[in-house]
Design a protein around this ligand. Structure first.
Ligand SMILES: [Zn+2]
Length: 59
């Protein structure tokens, strides 16, 4: 199972072999690489991505 990363998604559970959420259309692979399989993992990854983005925009 792959979880949608969109917090507003009405139905975040998707099958593991698709690339876009069937409910909201969000991409399921973060940066084309990371697939979220657990809710906890989603939170950690999103925090990591935000930190990465903040770091990049600062330089
Ligand atoms: Zn979704």
């Amino acid at each position: 199972m792959t979880l949608c990363i969109n917090p507003q998604c009405p139905r975040p559970q998707n099958s593991k072999n698709i690339l876009f959420c069937q409910a909201c259309g969000s991409e399921l692979l973060l940066e084309g690489r990371y697939r979220v399989t657990r809710q906890l993992g989603a939170g950690v990854l999103l925090r990591h991505l935000k930190l990465t983005t903040a770091t990049l925009s600062k330089s």
